[in-house]
Write a protein of this length. Structure first.
Length: 768
């Protein structure tokens, strides 16, 4: 092993480190899962459980306390009292008196009992609103900070490559720019409240073979550089994130947990990341048990430390084994242990832990305040996508009779994602209440239409082939003026549910007999409004392109605790839909993997009979008004190194106010390597009154047009650039062309940052 460079730290940290014995050092590099039980909430948890007692594990102190609020339903105030007392014990009764860092999951809100549950990340992407996501993350961080939590295991920056993968609901988009932009906003929000964000999962995890969890990734070096890495680079360089978590992936045979090239040479030496790298749960031991690149857990620990994993989570399976060995392995690894300890101590110093006092635990805290709920409602409303509408929506007046049908109509768990506390943990504790209000879609529609006669019928379950309720559902629909049907997914883990971690699928058909139920209801002749409550996009050609189909289709990716209210408001017209697809809506599972960022050969052609075109493209979404995009202007010619300005006029041509997501795309034909037929370079949400126009100007840095050339240099190459703005990646409503001139422009250092486009607006017409 090469001798590592010591990180730059304060004199205080270096002095503290100089006093430490090897056991005290290793203690700072591991976590302890105080509440770990038989409930499976992490992969291979049952096989990897640590047997050491807490008192023994903390005799020299401890680096992390793992999910003290988020493993079981514990009262937050009571648990805070325990945590404050335990931190005092670590300060007063261990030799060096270093408190523990407390980490929790926080992807859809703090994953703890009674805490607010926000929309899932795929809904963040559908909102195309990084500002609101930043506000949401700040509200999550505020709650965590009050509870003595220092690090959150979010956001997920995996780029969607195959919706068959179960963890798609944790992801933001299939576009790296959208993932990086919105993910970085989350980082800024969480860290503004003094809680360190953790980027997951670095890197390539979502490119797994056939969409199977933990499967190998066969991506080439260019795909890794241009697709999987940019969101992480943005969050490191622009968001100044303080923590990164490795992925379980292996790319071209090299497990990420053992990759010096990516965890040290790229992340730290090239990008300048100076925070802490933590292991995904059991990932260090997986180097032996799953990847089989290490013969023992001690050897796995050596590999991980040398690669750059500073902290082993959730517990010290491998790092403690390294210490307990014959001494030679620990001696070899000690320079890497020292490097990691210095980083961990610097993080604790930055968080104020080295000076913290634990004499006043919180006695009251609002886990689900009115502010939380207002943010949750706004994000849910902005994320709901109208996929089709024959004019039935919005409902102009309250129907006489509404049939509320479907397995997701009256089940609040259907509104929440895999990493919500309700579906992640409470599923193991049947009968335990959520501790906060989550109205169902049926509840919200009854409240929205109080004068309507409402009849309900489940029709079927989410899973299985039992048609037990078809007859009742059909009869209720026949007797109604309109039917609202809620179908889709049930989030869970490792086979418990239809989507979520470990719930990968071979088909993108709706689970169970739900499709059959919807078609039977459409055949009655009663107008059907279909609500898709899902964690992935399903193949909906039968609902969007067929002769007999629903009158309207709303797609909602697990919209959280206020999701039902948001859906009811959109159906009634109190709110207009403004979500856009952050991922292509597939035509069939056989077309996967598919993504809009494909070269010419990645789409349909005359040499194949297979249709890979999505049934709805990336960026698509209808609303209750119409928008016109016109007069796109870009320079006729520009140098490869120049920042470019593109302006477009947006007009609300309908009769009600609405929100447009202005989408600026480019294509770069005839380059040294193949380029996508469409690439989003900028976007902006714009609210317009009827008849109002604005000119939106995007300032696009050259980095937005850069890619890896044949030598894997990040360059902007000369040649034509096609520009367009439209309601999706496929619709070129207003176009322009620019010629990039001069020599190829190679980006280096900080300039290579996957930069954001900036936006300005000029109001053109405001009706009197």
């Amino acid at each position: 092993m090469n001798t590592p460079h010591a990180p730059e730290v304060s004199a205080r940290v270096r002095e503290l480190h100089s006093q430490m014995t090897l056991p005290e050092k290793v203690a700072q590099l591991v976590g302890f899962w105080v509440d770990q039980g038989s409930e499976i909430v992490a992969p291979m948890q049952g096989e990897m459980a640590v047997s050491s007692r807490y008192e023994d594990a903390t005799v020299h102190g401890i680096g992390h306390l793992t999910r003290v609020y988020g493993t079981r339903p514990v009262d937050p105030i009571e648990r805070a009292g325990w945590l404050w007392a335990e931190q005092r014990r670590l300060v007063e009764q261990t030799r060096l008196g270093i408190p523990a860092l407390v980490h929790e999951e926080c992807l859809t809100g703090l994953a703890a009992w009674k805490a607010a549950t926000f929309p899932t990340p795929l809904a963040w992407g559908a909102s195309f609103d990084p500002g609101l996501v930043e506000t949401m993350a700040a509200s999550i961080g505020d709650t965590m900070h009050q509870l003595g939590i220092h690090q959150g295991l979010a956001p997920v920056l995996d780029v969607i490559r195959d919706p068959r993968w179960g963890r798609v609901d944790e992801c933001i988009s299939e576009d790296p720019y959208v993932v990086g932009d919105i993910g970085t906003a989350y980082v800024r929000g969480l860290q503004s409240e003094g809680v360190h964000a953790t980027l997951k999962h670095f890197t390539g995890y979502s490119g797994s073979q056939a969409g199977r969890n933990h499967a190998p990734n066969h991506a080439g070096k260019r795909e890794v550089a241009d697709v999987f890495l940019p969101p992480f680079e943005m969050a490191v360089k622009q968001g100044h994130v303080r923590s990164v978590m490795n992925s379980y992936a292996e790319i071209d045979g090299v497990p990420m947990a053992a990759s010096v090239e990516l965890l040290t040479e790229l992340l730290r030496d090239t990008w300048g990341f100076d925070g802490v790298v933590v292991a995904d749960y059991f990932a260090v031991a997986f180097l032996q048990t799953m990847h089989r690149v290490a013969p023992t857990t001690s050897a796995a620990a050596e590999l991980a430390l040398a690669a750059g994993i500073d902290v082993e989570l959730p517990s010290g399976d491998a790092y403690v084994e390294l210490l307990a060995g014959d001494g030679e392995a620990a001696k070899r690894a000690e320079p890497f242990i020292d490097r990691a300890v210095l980083r961990v101590l610097a993080q604790k110093e930055e968080l104020g832990l080295l000076d913290a006092r634990f004499d006043a635990p919180p006695t009251a805290i609002e886990m689900d305040s009115p502010r939380h709920r207002a943010i949750a409602l706004s994000l849910a409303e902005e994320s709901i996508i109208l996929l089709s509408n024959n004019g039935i929506l919005p409902l102009a007046s309250a129907p006489g009779t509404i049939a509320l049908i479907g397995p997701n109509m009256d089940d609040s768990s259907a509104l929440m994602g895999c990493y919500s506390f309700a579906n992640h943990v409470l599923a193991h504790h049947p009968g335990t209440p959520y501790g906060f209000s989550v109205p169902t879609v049926a509840d919200a529609l009854r409240a929205q239409f109080p004068s309507s006669n409402v009849v309900t019928a489940a029709g079927c379950d989410v899973e299985g082939d039992d048609r037990f309720g078809f007859a009742e559902a059909i009869a209720a629909t026949q007797a109604a003026d309109v039917a609202v049907v809620a179908v889709g997914d049930r989030a869970g883990l490792f086979g418990r549910g239809t989507v979520g971690e470990g719930n990968d699928v071979a088909t993108l058909n709706l689970p169970g007999v739900q499709r059959e139920l919807v078609l039977e209801l459409c055949a009655t002749g009663t107008p059907v409004i279909l609500i898709m409550l899902t964690g992935r996009p399903y193949a909906l050609d039968w609902a969007l392109d067929a002769q007999t189909m629903p009158a309207a289709v709303l797609q909602s990716f697990f919209p959280g605790e206020e999701g039902a209210a948001a859906l009811a408001a959109i159906i009634s017209g109190a709110t207009a839909p403004s979500g856009r697809l952050p991922v292509s809506m597939p035509r069939a599972a056989g077309a996967q993997p598919y993504y809009y960022l494909h070269p010419v050969l990645g789409g349909n052609s005359e040499v194949t009979s297979a249709d890979s075109n999505p049934v709805r493209p990336f960026g698509f979404g209808l609303t209750y008004t119409t928008f016109e995009h016109s007069d796109l202007e870009v320079p006729a010619i520009a140098a490869t190194h120049e920042t470019l300005e593109a302006s477009v006029t947006v007009t609300n041509t309908g009769d009600r106010a609405g929100t447009d997501v202005v989408q600026l795309y480019t294509a770069q034909p005839y380059r040294s390597v193949t380029r996508p037929v469409a690439q989003l370079v900028a976007y902006e949400r714009v609210n317009l009154e009827p008849g109002e126009s604005v000119t939106v100007t995007f300032s696009v840095p050259p980095t937005r047009l850069a890619f890896s050339d044949k030598e894997y240099r990040r360059v902007v190459e000369p040649g034509p650039v096609e520009w367009w703005v439209g309601p999706s990646c496929e619709e070129k409503e207003t176009t322009a062309e620019l010629i990039l001139s001069g020599a190829p422009y190679e980006l280096t250092g900080d300039e290579a940052l996957f930069s954001l486009a900036t936006v300005s607006r000029t109001s053109v017409v405001v009706p009197g």
